[in-house]
Design a protein around this ligand. Sequence first.
Ligand code: NAD
Length: 360
Amino acid sequence: MRIYLIGAGVIGRSHAEAIRKLPSEESIELKVADPNPKALAAFMEAYPEAAAYSDAQAMLAEHANEDDIVIVGTPPFTHFELARMVLETGRHVLCEKPLVMNGEEAETLFEIAKRQNRLLGCCSDRFLGLPKTEEVKSLLQSQALGDVYKISFVYRVQRGRAGVEYQPESKWFLDRAKSGGGILIDWGPYDFTVLNDLLQPESVDVVAAWMSQPKTQIDPTDTKYDVEGHVGATLKYNLADGKSVWLQYERATCTHGEAYHHVEVEGTLGAVKWSPYFETDQVVFKQDKEGQVEAKESQMAHAGPYGVMDHPIYYFYLKVKGLESRAVINEQAVFNFHCLQAIYDCAESGTSKTVSKLRD
Ligand SMILES: NC(=O)c1ccc[n+]([C@@H]2O[C@H](COP(=O)([O-])OP(=O)(O)OC[C@H]3O[C@@H](n4cnc5c(N)ncnc54)[C@H](O)[C@@H]3O)[C@@H](O)[C@H]2O)c1
């Protein structure tokens, strides 16, 4: 089969590494396109098995096969046009996060994917399937927490801005017209993919939201820098059984306040705290024992050949092959994106926004 990569930058190389691990019985032909000769040369040095192109359209000009996959691994402002072009060539598209720049683009892509009978996937599923988060899911499903009423999802980093402290060479992160936003558009795709997978909401109300851009003495002045560094929102998750769960959401990639993270689900019978990402594999379940809080801790490390950076193409590959998979595609990819968009809209307008599940 053939896998095409559009973008030979940091994430393009990470996908190429993952493609080498795919379980395919058949051989996989890798092709890559990037107009930047330096990026392309560095990629080809690491992955000489690939065929290199300077132009994505030229790369995709050949006849499409039924199981061709194209990964869009370029900055967000290019995702929509590239993904549309890919779908129009009759190929499945797996788009890096954030899926696109706004809700209309997400809807349009999904319409084209349906018309073309192709899959629209989003790489925001990197952190799905980790044993620790699956354990939290099974605690929720088994009613061990009773009625779940509140989730805290807080990640506060003091100096971790993409384009400044992280990957400073990629200045596009700082320009909203290119990135779509700051910390919310960068990490929110993962956050709401994990949360929506856990809770499977019918709809989500963004009741209140705010965002800010804390200043530092090293703020870039030679490039456009208009993205938020700190965001918060209060959301109500409306579940299929008619119950609701309140979510207190906060993300900072720049703050003068304390750095900490806290992710915890609270119910009438118990609470569970864990980290959906890299910080720890510990899952702490608390419940009452004769009037006292009893805590049980377990370590749930992720093992196996596929790490989190391998998951997007691995899951999407399984989906394309018709196998069981955790891939986030189509309606779910669009719904997850709309949750982010609703937070931006609510913060900007000061009015609440509702995101409802898409139905065919
Ligand atoms: N860097 C990370 O750690 C990371 C992790 C997960 C997801 N992502 C996502 O991956 C995407 C790309 O990020 P990155 O860090 O790899 O950026 P990057 O700046 O390292 O690389 C982007 C590459 O895309 C190329 N490009 C731009 N327009 C193109 C086009 N029309 N056709 C082909 N190539 C084109 C650029 O020349 C560049 O080489 C973003 O959506 C980002 O959010 C990045």
